[in-house]
Design a protein around this ligand. Structure first.
Ligand SMILES: Cc1cc2nc3c(=O)[nH]c(=O)nc-3n(C[C@H](O)[C@H](O)[C@H](O)COP(=O)(O)OP(=O)(O)OC[C@H]3O[C@@H](n4cnc5c(N)ncnc54)[C@H](O)[C@@H]3O)c2cc1C
Length: 406
């Protein structure tokens, strides 16, 4: 093992960020010290670290012993590899892949799939079109089937059902799991169920004791039924995979998928006004707080970025933003892929509302505030100056792109 000390910026960031779930594991612990009478004392309970699932782990290699203050590459938490060389059966998951990446709903579904697969089954993810995801292995995918023909791209539910039927014929999965979402899974799952002649279990939020429980009666009642072959699951139907790494071995269809005579013509995506997107569904939110001094500039930047506007409660109470734009515990809980917080301190009520956001960017004067600790990327400085620089950068980027296209 090399003695070269390697910096791990992510581990350093987690160590600084006391709101991160792995923060405690990154703190150097003192395991032995000199007592008042000169005798060395050892804290045997202090050996080890808390793993990502909250279970205590002890590294017997010795790299952790003695309160290592240096975080070297050897100390990195390597999740155990879960392998299924000869799967007894498959559990098929069709993630929505909004923006080409696994979303939190997709990850919940993969967690549910592993619950159903146990140790003998393998989780097969079926992905349509090109994707940008690089974390299939840690999300719990044992086998990966990518159907990336142009016939599957865009809005092509009929063709996708044909693809899923081909997967069904080849792999004969024990269960099919799709997200019961508006982004695709809800419709595709119902179409696929009709094609298979299966009665799907819809809006399922729990699978337990051979039963699946779904919401019914306008969301006011629970409906329990034996575990269906085709499950359309709700958000938070299971804990996402966090304790294991998986192989994500690529597999292919042995037959070609017949082209369906489509009765639907896809006219392409329609540009929508970001301001009209409900906060809970917005993918890119540009949020302002008490640190925004120039609100006209703030709105101008949101338009330049094409982002949906959000706000802290102070900005709303002060009348700068509408009440339906408030993010947080007493506002909207958002699930954006990118959340930019301008002049927001990161009070716990606000942080609760952005807990499910993928990437947080903070613009703030105070490098020690909680929003900076939560953020994946921080810009320290006067908000007005940074927003002006941001508009200039976006305009320069767009002009370059136009020049290249011409
Ligand atoms: C029951 C309850 C429910 C609540 N629910 C919510 C909720 O849903 N959502 C919510 O947001 N809050 C909620 N709050 C309020 C919350 O506690 C905070 O008061 C609020 O979030 C603070 O808003 P802020 O970060 O915009 O303002 P501040 O806390 O005043 O922070 C302003 C930030 O801007 C920075 N700043 C100042 N000037 C500049 C500048 N020129 N350039 C860059 N940065 C600058 C400062 O460093 C600071 O970090 C709730 C409170 C209670 C008691």
């Amino acid at each position: 093992m090399s003695d070269i000390i390697r910096r791990d910026p992510r581990a350093e960031w987690i160590a600084r960020n006391r709101l991160h779930p792995l923060h405690a594991a990154m703190q150097p612990a003192q395991h032995s010290w000199m007592g008042p009478n000169g005798v060395i004392r050892k804290n045997l309970h202090g050996v080890g670290f808390i793993g990502p699932n909250g279970i205590k782990r002890i590294d017997r290699s010795g790299a952790q012993q003695g309160g290592a203050t240096k975080r070297t590459a050897a100390v990195e938490v390597q999740l155990p590899l879960h392998q299924v060389p000869a799967p007894a059966f498959y559990i098929c998951v069709v993630p929505d892949m909004v923006g080409g990446r696994l979303g939190s709903h997709d990850r919940d579904l993969l967690g549910l799939a592993h619950q159903l697969a146990g140790s003998d089954g393998a989780v097969l993810a079926v992905v349509f079109g090109e994707h940008k995801e690089s974390a299939f292995a840690t999300a719990g995918v044992d086998r990966l089937l990518v159907l990336d023909g142009e016939e599957f791209s865009g809005y092509a539910p009929e063709q996708r059902v044909q693809g899923l039927r081909a997967v069904d014929n080849q792999f004969n999965p024990r269960h099919w799991l799709l997200p019961d979402s508006r982004s695709g899974g809800g419709e595709l799952g119902r179409r696929f169920a009709a094609a298979l002649g299966e009665r799907p279990a819809t809006r399922v939020w729990q699978v337990k004791d051979q039963e699946c429980i779904g919401r019914a009666g306008a969301g006011l009642q629970d409906l329990a039924r034996p575990v269906a072959r085709l499950i359309l699951a709700a958000v938070e139907c299971a804990e996402p995979v966090s304790e294991t790494r998986h192989e994500a071995l690529p597999v292919e269809l042995s037959t070609t998928v017949a082209r369906s005579l489509s009765r639907i013509e896809d006219l392409g995506a329609v540009a929508v006004d970001p301001a009209a997107i409900p906060m809970a569904e917005a993918e890119f939110i540009f949020s302002g707080g008490n640190g925004v001094k120039d609100w006209a500039l703030f709105h101008q930047t949101a338009v330049a970025l094409g982002a949906t506007e959000g706000a802290s409660r102070v900005a709303v109470d002060d009348g700068y933003m509408a009440r339906d734009r408030q993010v947080g515990a007493s506002g909207t809980w958002v699930t954006a892929r990118v959340y930019v917080a301008v002049g927001i301190s990161g009070a716990i009520q606000h942080l609760q509302g952005i807990g499910a956001c993928d990437k947080v960017v903070a613009i703030n004067l105070d490098p020690g505030c909680d929003m900076i600790k939560r953020a994946d990327l921080s810009v320290i400085g006067e908000s007005a100056e940074i927003l002006q620089a941001l508009i200039a950068a976006v305009e320069a980027y767009r002009n370059d792109a136009k020049r290249d296209a011409a």
